[in-house]
Design a protein around this ligand. Structure first.
Ligand SMILES: [Mn+2]
Length: 356
């Protein structure tokens, strides 16, 4: 497994490549052209500049998170082929620069959703949290305002103000969309991009919907083992794979995370490792990575990845805010560095115990 950290680029991130380089065991970063809007073409020169910047700091550009999929493709609208063609151009730029992993998601309108970006925990740290009661009380069209006021003015990936400004019109366009139609649109998209993925050996890694259930009447499909296996079979090409995100699949306690990992052998191209603590079935908060701080058995998760021979990039996912750090919610340096060190410890222990 290749330990990485996500980095939002020198324009947006509060942490530097030099800091990332000093986290033990971290050799790569996962990044993107964060100023690109969904549907915009990435050029080879832009990708090369990003890669050069990362490499100049002694790190590897281990993968892209994300090239966002335009809503027109998810809706299956009249302009989808145009946007798929643009997506293919962007994949070519990435492939030409010898980058072989692209994370993306297929969530309608909204990206990940939390109801609290800085819930105070008993140790004084803050973490992102989700409560069903808060969602039920919310109007989706005013939700972005509510979140923006809470984000330290930082950029929230997937919640770009330009995009959310049109959220009402987007809702209208998704009217009548159900899980089956959304699945068919995802299949259509994947079938069309597979030839370029084959040509450049690009692993597409779909990120699960977070949380893993429909929100505001919008369908969500990448939520459990059954659906993801169906998608793997529907486009049965190893370049059609997944990002295994423990914190996203784990929002539904019915998802058996180690079992899911084992059933997806060969199709997991990227792993996000994160722990959640459930306070009740309708309320969770993002814990530190340590098993005993949350509800997941992190050892079993890492062991399952090890057992299936997963050797792709892995990164600690959202961390808490600790030690007075201010930054993009979930993406401070300190708690993610602790997470990387802890996961590296698990990997080392599992590896050595297998050799005995
Ligand atoms: Mn994730």
């Amino acid at each position: 497994m290749e330990m990485t950290l996500r980095w939002f680029g020198s324009e947006h991130d509060t942490i530097t490549l030099e800091e990332i380089r000093q986290v033990p065991g971290v050799r790569g970063v996962i990044t993107a052209l964060y100023d690109k809007k969904p549907g915009e073409i990435w050029t080879r020169e832009e990708v090369k500049n990003l890669k050069d910047e990362v490499e100049a700091a002694g790190l590897k550009l281990s993968g892209i998170e994300s090239i966002n999929v335009h809503d027109e493709i998810k809706i299956g609208g009249p302009e989808r082929d145009y946007y798929i063609e643009n997506y293919i151009r962007s994949l070519e730029a990435v492939g030409e620069e010898d980058i072989h992993l692209v994370c993306y998601n297929f969530m309608p309108v909204f990206d990940w959703i939390r109801t609290d970006l800085a819930r105070k925990r008993e140790d004084g740290s803050t973490a992102m949290a989700y409560s069903k009661a808060a969602i039920d009380a919310l109007n989706p069209e005013t939700m972005f305002d509510a979140m923006e006021g809470d984000a330290n003015g930082a950029l929230l990936p997937g919640w770009e103000p330009e995009r959310l400004a049109g959220v009402k019109e987007l809702f209208d366009r998704y009217r009548g969309m159900d899980c089956e139609k959304l699945f068919a649109n995802l299949k259509y998209f994947l079938e069309r991009i597979m030839p370029v993925c084959d040509k450049y050996d690009i692993n597409m890694a779909i990120h699960p919907d977070d949380p893993a259930w429909p929100i505001f009447g919008l369908p969500r499909i990448i939520i459990n083992e059954e659906n993801i296996l169906r998608l793997m079979k529907a486009v049965d090409n190893p370049h059609n794979g997944i990002t295994f995100c423990s914190g996203s699949y784990g929002t539904n306690p019915k998802n058996n995370l180690p079992h899911m990992i084992r059933s997806l052998k060969g199709r997991i191209h990227f792993a996000h490792i994160r722990n959640l603590r459930f306070n009740s079935p309708d309320d969770f908060e993002e814990a530190s990575h340590l098993s005993s701080d949350g509800s997941f058995d992190m050892y079993e998760i890492v062991k399952a990845l090890f057992d299936i021979g997963f050797d792709g990039p892995v990164r600690p996912d959202h961390g808490r805010m600790i030690w007075g750090e201010k930054g993009i919610p979930g993406y401070g340096l300190f708690d993610r560095a602790l997470g990387a060190a802890y996961i590296n410890g698990l990997i080392e222990a599992i590896e050595k115990s297998r050799r005995e």
